[in-house]
Structures are given as C-alpha cells and as structure tokens.
Design a protein around this ligand. Sequence first.
Ligand SMILES: Cc1cc2nc3c(=O)[nH]c(=O)nc-3n(C[C@H](O)[C@H](O)[C@H](O)COP(=O)(O)O)c2cc1C
Length: 228
Amino acid sequence: MTDAAKTVSEALESRRSIRAFQDRPVDGALLRAILEKASRAPSGGNLQPWHLYVVGGERLDQFKAIMRERLQDSPGGENREYDVYPPNLIAPYRDRRFQVGEDMYGLLGIPRDDKAARLRWFANNFQFFGAPVALFCYVHRTMGPPQWSDLGMYLQSVMLLLREAGLDSCPQECWSLYPQTLGEFLQAPDEWMLFTGMSIGYREENAEVNQLRAKRAPLDEIAEFHGF
Ligand SMILES: Cc1cc2nc3c(=O)[nH]c(=O)nc-3n(C[C@H](O)[C@H](O)[C@H](O)COP(=O)(O)O)c2cc1C
C-alpha cells in the first residue's frame, strides 16, 4: 500500500525503508506538523532527548555536493563515534543482517562477490536516495542507552506519521560514518552526537529496490507468553 495510511496498522504495514524517491517536493509546514505530533512519543522521565535537524532545498543540494567530494577523498568514512553493530555480531542477528542484504542486492541483481557494485550502490545513501528532505537526529553526549531507545520511539512515530501523510522514509545510520562533515555542515554543538539520518519523500513506486519486504522473525522466536 502506498496511499496515505488511515490506521496505525496500515501505517505499520505500509512503512518500509524506501531507497528510491520521486523528485517531488515535500511541504515544509507538513513536516513541521509531523515532527510536532511525533513529540507525543514517550520518553523515560519525559526527557525528550531527541534533537532534530531537517534539511531541504538548496541547503540539501549544497550538502549533497559536499558529500560527493567527501566520498571521493574519504571513502572509508571519518572517526566513528559509535559502532552501528557489535564488533562480533552473533546469531541470530548476524543471520538476519546477512539475509536482508542478500534479499536487497538480489533484487538489484548485484552478486555477493561484486563488492565494487555493492559499494557503488551503498553510496546512494549519501545522496539520500534522491529524497528531497533529510532529517538528522542527535542526542546529548551525556545520555545513555535508555535515552537512545527514546530516540527510536520518536523516530518510529515520525515514520508512521509520514505514512499517514502519504510520505515515505529510510532511516540511515550510515551517517555515523561522516559525523564530522555533517556536524560541521549543520554547525551542531560539540556536546551533541549524531544518532541517525533519515531520507524523507515520496516513494518511487516501481523501483526494484522498493519492492523489498524485509523478513521478520516469527513471533515465537521473539516473544514468550506466561500465563496465557
Ligand atoms: C536506526 C536505523 C538505521 C538504519 N540505517 C540504514 C542505512 O544507513 N541505510 C539503509 O539503506 N537502511 C538503513 N536502515 C534500514 C534497515 O535496513 C531496515 O529498517 C531493515 O532492514 C528492515 O526493513 P524495513 O525498514 O524495510 O522494514 C536503518 C534502520 C534503522 C532503524
């Protein structure tokens, strides 16, 4: 379903990570309304530890140009401030990560051993997959895991509200590879640390990559019920 979602279930069901967007602008007032509504997300102690930057228009064009150069002179990224995954990713998490990669590159027709083609595709992340809006979520450096989990609740609220407005998204932790370039561009204070970026826009319905429906573990693998 790519129309606007009318129920929470529809929003959940139709949200997926979109990796090809239409060249169609997004209304700024709509974005403001969505970010404001999403702030009803819960957070421990009501700290609301999220801090957002939303970038579009010429500013986004400027940043994309910077990133094109940055990828040339620093393809491996900069000083990372956190590990996206544990250094030794254990099963079943390792298998799930492998599977979604295989499924996505399979749709794109890029074989496992064609590392160069996979890297070229990955670079699309840094052009926001053609999306007209970029969102970046920061957190104060003094915050710990409980507050980081609050960020997830806020961001999922944003993504569901985007679906309600007929919009799509792709969260992007790949930005943790370029925290210095991004921080400089946004003039983010040093005490804030980047968690994730997010591309926002209208999905390119027919793009192969957008047909990916990432698998989920069955309920019995992730939940145990006691007393039912
Ligand atoms: C915090 C976070 C960061 C992510 N970073 C990236 C990213 O950098 N690039 C990307 O293509 N997908 C990224 N994803 C998307 C995940 O790969 C995706 O959510 C997962 O495979 C499940 O697929 P679905 O979102 O389509 O249901 C990220 C997702 C989350 C929640």
